[in-house]
Design a protein around this ligand. Structure first.
Ligand code: PGA
Length: 258
């Protein structure tokens, strides 16, 4: 089921020490009691996961890794396995973020292996897809989304809509302050649903949760969350500040309730 509550996920990227993460998360636990109409997910750096988990203290707030290796264990210096993320308290993991694809050179084949390994280990997946500016300007957005979904989800007979959340993040809108217009975001979310419906004929694509990411802040959250097909946000920069993050969640909760 596409969620009744908007999902407000924070991707802290390479920010916040364990103590900073702990302080943020403990304050969020009490603030979230007033924002029950939104579903929170925090994605701290791997080094902060355990401490953030301790701060969450059983509260109904998700904890996600930002990345993982697809192998169960082995000689992969600097990497973390799905089991390690789980042991730190994670219930999900972000896979295929554009920084992983474009800065660290991850391929669709890598992402495919990661998604499979995460699901097998019992982690849910926040699966990021999105086009580059050149793709959009060349009129290739739909094609790129189609290719990403085909390679990232190769070998899947069915799309597990209860285990995978899609995050549509146009790369040109990430960290740039340039947000996709509601028309662009709405159209892309619709395309993603169409593509998934074609790729997985048994899937009711309306049950898939699709987050928007790319320069989301409190000043643009209302119009975005009102847009048909947007089920929540994956937020980078604006989610580093607790007040701003909670404000976005409050806006999303209010608009979702109509
Ligand atoms: P941003 O990042 O909100 O800073 O644009 C979003 C993301 O990368 O998930």
């Amino acid at each position: 089921m596409s969620p009744s509550k908007p999902i407000i996920a924070a991707n802290w990227k390479m920010n916040k020490t364990p103590q900073e993460g702990y302080d943020f998360a403990s304050q969020l636990v009490s603030r979230a009691l007033e924002i029950r109409g939104a579903e929170f997910i925090l994605a701290p750096s791997a080094t902060a996961l355990s401490k953030v988990y301790a701060a969450l203290d059983g509260a109904n707030i998700g904890l996600a890794g930002q990345n993982m290796h697809f192998a169960e264990a082995g000689a992969y210096t600097g990497e973390n396995s799905a089991a390690m993320l789980k042991a730190c308290g994670c219930d999900s993991v972000i896979v295929g973020h554009s920084e992983r694809r474009h800065v660290f050179g991850e391929t669709g084949a890598d992402i495919n292996k990661k998604i499979k390994a995460a699901l097998l280990a019992g982690l849910n997946v926040i699966h990021c897809i999105g086009e580059l500016l050149a793709d959009r300007e060349g009129g290739n957005t739909t094609q790129v989304l189609r290719e990403q979904l085909a390679s990232d989800l190769a070998g899947f007979d069915e799309f597990p809509a209860d285990r995978i959340i899609i995050a549509y993040e146009p790369v040109w809108a990430i960290g740039t302050g340039v947000v996709a217009s509601v028309e662009q975001a709405g159209e892309a979310h619709g395309e993603v649903r169409n593509i998934l419906g074609e790729q997985f004929p048994k899937l009711d694509a309306s049950t898939v949760s699709i987050l928007y990411g790319g320069s989301v802040k409190s000043s643009n959250a209302a119009e975005l969350i009102k847009t048909e097909g947007i089920d929540g946000f994956l937020i980078g920069g604006a989610a580093l500040d607790l007040d701003e993050y909670c404000k976005i969640a409050e806006i999303a909760q209010m608009e979702a309730r109509g």
